[in-house]
Design a protein around this ligand. Structure first.
Ligand code: HEC
Length: 205
């Protein structure tokens, strides 16, 4: 469910960005014919459907997210600010306002891209800690909010780590690159990465 929502959200955001970029270009170049065409019923329904889908899937993702980071709040703020500005800008043919609204939307999109990369939360462990104890602290600081202490929580569409069958390389790949709503973790060296992979495997039943 979470994954389908994410893909639908991404697709509707893309369509929305392209649509508003075209609308803005027509407005800025005084292309009255194209602007009039965009006012036709078909386009208006398309516009409304895309906007609704974009907002509805965004809200769903927001409410099912295990945590919402500062950057994401800024993104959401920009999106909501852009809506009234876009309505006034495009209805009244006000070029500066229309441009501002499109810039806000593109800015929000940029924020979303930046927010995806997640740097690892550092942990401090007692000097005599075993590698597995260190790994557990790393796991608790970075992974429990979605996967739970025992790996079976599976929040926000997360996979159940107890039944996972991925090999070492595949686990390391997911950590490095992220997947769907799983963020990518940047900042672990090879040894720490190996520790994390071993810990993930130790959760298996
Ligand atoms: C924001 C939530 C979130 C956090 C935090 C998170 N994950 Fe995930 N994880 C997911 C989601 C969602 C998936 C499923 C991705 C997919 O296949 O679509 C996943 C999948 C995985 C998988 C693949 C399992 C399989 O069999 O497909 C592994 C391994 C994994 N996570 C390990 C970790 C580890 C280790 C950490 C901490 C360093 C972590 N995750 C942090 C959400 C999260």
């Amino acid at each position: 469910m979470g994954t389908g929502m994410l893909h639908t959200h991404k697709l509707s955001v893309m369509l929305f960005l392209v649509l508003y970029l075209f609308k803005l270009i027509f407005l800025l170049t005084n292309n009255a014919k194209a602007m009039a065409a965009m006012q036709k019923k078909g386009w208006r329904i398309f516009d409304m459907s895309i906007s609704t889908l974009f907002l509805a899937t965004g809200l769903y993702l927001l409410f099912t997210a295990p945590e919402v980071k500062m950057l994401q709040w800024v993104k959401i703020g920009m999106v909501f600010l852009s809506i009234p500005i876009a309505i006034i800008g495009f209805r009244k043919g006000n070029k500066p306002l229309a441009t501002l609204s499109v810039l806000l939307i593109f800015g929000a999109y940029g924020m979303a891209e930046v927010a995806k990369k997640r740097s690892v939360q550092p942990v401090t462990v007692a000097s005599g800690a075993t590698p597995m104890e260190t790994a557990k602290a790393m796991y608790v600081a970075n992974c429990v909010q979605c996967h739970g202490e025992d790996g079976a929580l599976a929040l926000a569409g997360a996979a159940n780590l107890q039944t996972s069958k991925l090999n070492d390389e595949e686990v390391a790949n997911i950590l490095r690159n992220g997947k769907n709503r799983m963020p990518k973790f940047a900042g672990w060296n090879d040894a720490q990465m190996k520790l994390m992979v071993d810990y993930v495997k130790s959760l298996r039943k």
